[in-house]
Design a protein around this ligand. Structure first.
Ligand SMILES: Nc1ncnc2c1ncn2[C@@H]1O[C@H](COP(=O)(O)OP(=O)(O)OP(=O)(O)O)[C@@H](O)[C@H]1O
Length: 259
């Protein structure tokens, strides 16, 4: 699989004239995992939505492998897992239906799944250990199961770029570890992954790059260079103590089962 880069150039995004993200620039290397880190309201979801082309920027642009998102989306290259709050969980669809939505870009207007679509949906559900729950209504799932169902939808889309907005929120430590292992596998397969998370302690265990955000991009680059005490203080406006993060977790990451 050929890996794909993401370039964000001088991006400014506003909601009803109020700027949420200004002058944001960053580069995500093809075939890497990047952790997007920032406080509540710092603009993480806004950045995801702008990369997806859901929000029209006031200034700047986003290039996926050098191409505008509109061109790329026709090929279903970028898959997005939104925050749980963005999903209507009362919508009467099964887990299987949700994952099949990842195949819509490959179907004609009648949306009749082919044998290949059925196979890909099954494989995607099996990869997140959700095949046995395929007939459940999405509203009946636990927080972690909801996240896995939407990750399966992204896998079914066969996007080469995966944008994951807080996939670990409400997920237990065992499931988070299984998801991280899956992300590492997906990177080996050539996917480019941008993931926002509030679990700072696990960043150094799986992210090649870190992007620090507070209404603009404060820093980005190799985790070993960017995930520093000074940069985190700038991002969160406090000390490491406030972040419940030890120096060792910044340097090499040491999240344990008992955390
Ligand atoms: N639909 C919207 N209309 C108006 N303002 C919005 C909208 N969505 C987000 N905002 C504002 O834009 C800013 C950035 O919000 P955003 O959701 O991108 O932050 P975030 O970093 O994803 O936060 P969190 O960690 O809480 O999910 C916030 O001030 C927020 O209030």
């Amino acid at each position: 699989m050929k890996s794909i880069s993401i370039d964000v150039e001088n991006l400014t995004v506003a909601y009803h004239g109020k700027v949420a993200l200004h002058g944001a620039s960053l580069q995500i290397q093809a075939g890497s995992i990047s952790g997007l880190v920032g406080m509540n309201g710092s603009g993480k979801s806004t950045l995801f939505k702008a990369i997806m082309g859901f929000l029209k920027p006031v200034t700047g642009r986003v290039l996926i492998n050098g191409l505008p998102i509109k061109t790329v989306q026709k090929k279903s290259l970028v898959a997005y897992v939104p925050q749980s709050e963005e999903v209507d969980w009362n919508f009467p669809v099964s887990v299987h239906d949700v994952v099949m939505m990842g195949r819509y870009g490959y179907m004609n207007i009648l949306r009749i799944p082919s044998a290949n679509d059925q196979r890909v949906v099954r494989e995607s559900l099996e990869r997140v250990q959700m095949w046995s729950m395929r007939d459940r209504q999405i509203g009946e799932l636990s927080g972690g199961q909801k996240k896995r169902a939407f990750l399966a939808r992204a896998l079914a889309q066969k996007g080469r770029v995966l944008l994951l907005d807080e996939p670990f929120t409400g997920v237990d430590i065992k499931t988070e570890k299984a998801m991280i292992d899956l992300l590492l596998e997906l990177r080996e397969e050539g996917h480019t992954i941008l993931i926002s998370t509030h679990d700072l302690a696990s960043i150094t265990t799986f992210c090649d790059q870190v992007v620090l955000i507070n209404r603009t991009i404060l820093a980005y680059g190799d985790t070993s260079k960017v995930f520093t005490e000074e940069n985190l203080s700038r991002t969160f406006g406090g000390s490491l103590g406030d972040l419940s993060l030890s120096k060792s977790q910044i340097i090499r990451g040491n999240k344990s089962e008992s955390d």
